[in-house]
Design a protein around this ligand. Structure first.
Ligand code: IMP
Ligand code: MG
Length: 187
């Protein structure tokens, strides 16, 4: 979108393509060590679609065969609806007795991940192993930590590699941020 051209120019790289690729290989190796029986990867849309695509391929090379499902979740974080979670698209397969690998982009307040994890456990999943590319510490409203984390990131609004600001920037191959002092009205 043209309106974001100015922001695009001022973005700074936080994690490069190479940083991300290297870390994803490490996460896949860690998951392989767990030797999960017949896993089901559940990707939380939209933000984690690129992370999940790369992680799933890295998992393949690490020797993990997995089924894949998608769940679309929105969290309303403003005004009176703060913290409300809505499942916009649910998975199509049952999770009863399955080893689930739940994949998300950012763990911030923890509401999204905790809601999805609790829902899957309530549906009878044997285990839900959570995997987030980024986590922002000190922002948690719900007590949850991910089993696998790519990077602990600074408290900046990040974009790229699947993550958006006003529907833009998801296609960037790196993770970037707009420094606080330059952010102005754009957040
Ligand atoms: P929470 O953990 O429920 O607060 O929500 C985390 C979700 O908020 C993530 O899955 C993202 O979709 C979104 N989010 C949080 N921080 C950022 C950010 O810095 N950039 C883009 N999206 C973010
Ligand atoms: Mg998200």
């Amino acid at each position: 979108m043209k309106i974001h051209d100015d922001v695009r120019k001022r973005l700074r790289v936080l994690y490069s393509e190479n940083d991300i690729a290297k870390r994803i290989k490490e996460i896949a190796a860690k998951l392989a060590e767990k030797q999960l029986d017949d896993p089901l990867a559940i990707t939380i849309l939209k933000g984690s679609f690129i992370f999940a695509a790369d992680l799933l391929r890295a998992m393949h090379y690490a020797g993990i065969e997995t089924e894949v499902e998608f769940m679309m979740i929105s969290s309303y974080r403003k005004g009176t609806q703060s913290g409300q979670i809505e499942i916009k698209k649910d998975i199509d397969s049952p999770v009863e007795n399955r080893n689930v690998i739940l994949i998300d982009d950012i763990l911030e307040t923890g509401r999204t991940l905790a809601h999805a994890r609790d829902l899957l456990m309530a549906r009878g999943a044997k285990r839900v192993l959570t995997c987030c590319l980024l986590e922002k510490p000190g922002k948690r409203a719900v007590a949850i930590e991910a089993d696998c984390v790519g990077f602990t990131c600074p408290d900046q609004f990040v974009v790229g590699y699947g993550m958006d600001m006003g529907h833009s920037f998801r296609e960037l191959p790196y993770i970037g941020y707009l420094p606080q002092e330059e952010r102005g009205e754009t957040r």
